[in-house]
Design a binder for this molecule. Structure first.
Ligand code: SF4
Length: 363
């Protein structure tokens, strides 16, 4: 997304696949009857990324957009395709994930299935199978058909793909998937996954062409405010910065910076209270949408998180170990499965949930 596009400059309307191409994190959702696809992909011209997944995502979008056989899935269905060398897509909490892995001078995708939050929450299970990039579409389609045909349609709380896998067991699911395919999936060693504490892109990094660079910026739990956005656009225009993209952890990436402008850009960002080297206590903090925009929320989350982090930073100025704190406005606790410290709100009373909610902390 360019600075002009953010600021509301004239922009040609694009269809969904092209829109997905220009986003770092493509979040594309269909609401058709009960069916619901969500696609994620990672690609942002990082010099160390493993694979450009944008063409794959375009294929997936086109396929599912025009596939009437899959318009009535039991519930939401999320596909993640990651070419990121730091594994920041969070494949652990997606329904089907393709994680790029180098293998014999090529890149294959390691498969994970059944991750998810809320009821029956679990980390995605490694299928112990790999596929080639040109097989991503067929595998996604086969998993979607299994979900369509065998997913639970009686009980909404047990209707996600993970529930089907929990009922069947991974082996039966893998056999069923392989029976659907007209090619043989590969096998390989598990990917060397980046530790959660290192899955971020803060600070500067080289782009593919090595002539320009990118800059990862920590936001305040994804909240910027109109004045900050406006000032950020001016800063980008002043330094001829090409693109800004979003990350799965509510942060920003500026792309196409000239290397000699880096110190001045960082100074400008700090003046806007946007950090490029966040401290260990806020390195991985996230907050869900919360009461401001979510009808399920029992509490505001983003201001609360900022106050919590400021308080911790004052009390523990010498703290060194990266900490992951996730705040959620309801017991669904969407961001919290991957976080050693979670804060969420639960209702004390079903009749007056918002006024009777109480904060819960889990470590
Ligand atoms: S975790 Fe709960 S409160 Fe937060 S955005 Fe999701 S549904 Fe809403």
């Amino acid at each position: 997304m360019t600075a002009r596009e953010i600021s509301g400059g004239k922009r040609e309307r694009k269809s969904s696949p092209e829109c997905c191409q220009i986003h770092l994190l493509a979040h594309y959702r269909h609401h058709r009857h009960h069916g619901d696809f969500v696609f994620y992909h990672r690609r942002f011209h990082h010099g160390d990324e493993l694979y450009d997944v944008r063409p794959l995502l375009k294929q997936l979008n086109q396929h599912f957009d025009s596939n009437r056989a899959l318009i009535n899935l039991p519930r939401k269905f999320k596909i993640a395709v990651s070419g990121c060398h730091l594994h920041c897509i969070r494949h652990e909490i997606q329904n089907v994930s393709f994680v790029a892995v180098p293998q014999d001078d090529k890149v294959v995708f390691d498969l994970y299935v059944g991750g998810g939050l809320s009821s029956g929450r679990q980390f995605a299970l490694r299928l112990e199978r790999t596929c080639q990039p040109d097989q991503v579409l067929a595998v996604s389609d086969a998993v979607a058909h299994l979900f369509h045909d065998y997913g639970n349609r009686e009980n909404r709380s047990a209707a996600r793909l993970r529930h089907l896998i929990q009922n069947w067991g991974l082996e039966k699911f893998r056999d069923a998937l392989e029976n659907q395919l007209d090619f043989v999936l590969g096998t390989g060693q598990p990917p060397q996954l980046t530790a959660l504490a290192q899955r971020h892109h803060y600070g500067s990094f080289n782009s593919h062409n090595r002539k320009t660079c990118g800059l990862g910026i920590k936001t305040s739990s994804g909240k910027l405010g109109a004045e900050t956005v406006s000032a950020l656009i001016k800063l980008m225009e002043h330094h001829h910065i090409d693109f800004v993209r979003l990350t799965p952890t509510q942060d920003l990436l500026l792309l196409g910076l000239k290397k000699n402008s880096l110190p001045e850009v960082i100074e400008g960002l700090h003046a806007l209270d946007l950090q490029t080297a966040p401290g260990p206590l806020r390195l991985h903090s996230t907050a869900c949408t919360g009461l401001t925009y979510c009808k399920f929320a029992l509490s505001e989350t983003k201001e609360f998180t900022e106050q919590l982090l400021k308080s911790l930073e004052q009390r523990f100025p010498e703290w060194e170990k990266p900490l992951t704190i996730a705040v959620s406005g309801c017991p669904t606790a969407a961001p919290t499965l991957l976080s050693p410290i979670s804060v969420w709100w639960a209702a004390k009373s079903k009749t007056h949930p918002a006024s009777q909610s109480t904060g819960m902390i889990y470590t």
